[in-house]
Design a protein around this ligand. Structure first.
Ligand SMILES: [Fe+2]
Length: 287
């Protein structure tokens, strides 16, 4: 029988978890044990601090449901989500960079035509986002689907609102033969992450800004190409350099130009002032 001591407990725990039948699970669990023990040793974790951490995790679980993902939020604000994205999407520097998916994407958005309005009835300044989708050689990607979603001007996504019957501020747009796309929506605003749970409690005890800069989400999944999950951010938006989930990248910042009433990119006209953003997505072929 091997007695447990402060010195040998890490090796004993690693040995036990190394027995995981799946080799990758064994690798993950033994590394997790080593790093957790090292963390506890480094900070000389007290029993009160350990209990506070356990209660924090319990609260994070209790507040989560099929619409609220407190653990993903925790991963986002710790920078873990963005680190995992960057390690797993090392794209060519000329390709559009990837960012976090976030917790608000909804499957099955309606398909809209070139320049059709995905903000139907939601108040806000009209925004047209248009450009092309191309590969790294400059060839247009025809028939590519852009899955687009965003928050309203109060910062609310569809999944955060009760009793929404129809798709709200989300749609799928398909590129034309020339790779061109045109999204009609409303200008987004910056918003705060949910602050009424354990993640908010922790953030409030720091000088961390709990806001995200104004953005629109894109998921572009074209056969034969690396799937691209990304955002477009408004140039000059507040919080661009302090995004609480570390999602901003310089290459994804777009100028939103103010336009007077008149002709719009899809061939229509706007009776009110509107805003225009132009952006060309570049996809990397799958190797
Ligand atoms: Fe968002």
């Amino acid at each position: 029988m091997q007695l447990v001591t402060e010195d040998n407990i890490t090796e004993l725990a690693v040995e036990r978890w190394a027995t995981a039948r799946d080799p990758r699970l064994s690798e993950l669990m033994t590394a997790l044990v080593r790093h957790l023990h090292e963390f506890a040793r480094e900070v000389r974790l007290t029993e009160a601090e350990w209990m506070a951490a356990m209660q924090w995790l319990t609260r994070a679980g209790q507040i989560s449901d099929d619409k609220r993902e407190e653990f993903i939020l925790a991963s986002d604000v710790l920078g873990l989500s963005m680190l995992v994205v960057q390690m797993n999407h090392r794209l060519d520097p000329a390709a559009t960079p990837a960012t976090v998916l976030g917790p608000f994407h909804i499957e099955g958005s309606p398909e809209l035509g070139y320049g059709e309005d995905m903000s139907d009835g939601v108040p806000g300044t009209p925004l047209y986002l248009s450009g092309t989708v191309r590969d790294l050689d400059g060839n247009p990607v025809a028939g590519g689907v852009l899955d687009v979603w965003q928050a309203d001007t109060e910062g609310a996504y569809e999944s955060q609102l009760p009793d929404v019957d129809e798709a709200r501020l989300r749609a799928k747009y398909t590129t034309r033969q020339d790779g061109g796309y045109c999204v009609r929506t409303i200008a987004p605003k910056g918003y705060t992450i949910p602050m009424d749970g354990p993640v908010g409690d922790l953030v409030e005890r720091t000088a961390i800004s709990h806001f995200r800069p104004a953005h629109v989400h894109f998921l572009i999944n074209v056969p034969g190409h690396e799937p691209l999950i990304t955002h477009l951010f408004q140039e000059g938006a507040e919080y661009l350099d302090s995004d609480v989930v570390f999602g901003t990248k310089e290459e994804l910042v777009v100028r939103f130009e103010q336009r007077e009433p008149g002709a719009t990119p899809e061939g229509g006209t706007s009776a009110t002032p509107w805003v225009e953003g132009r952006y060309d997505f570049v996809l990397q072929r799958r190797s």
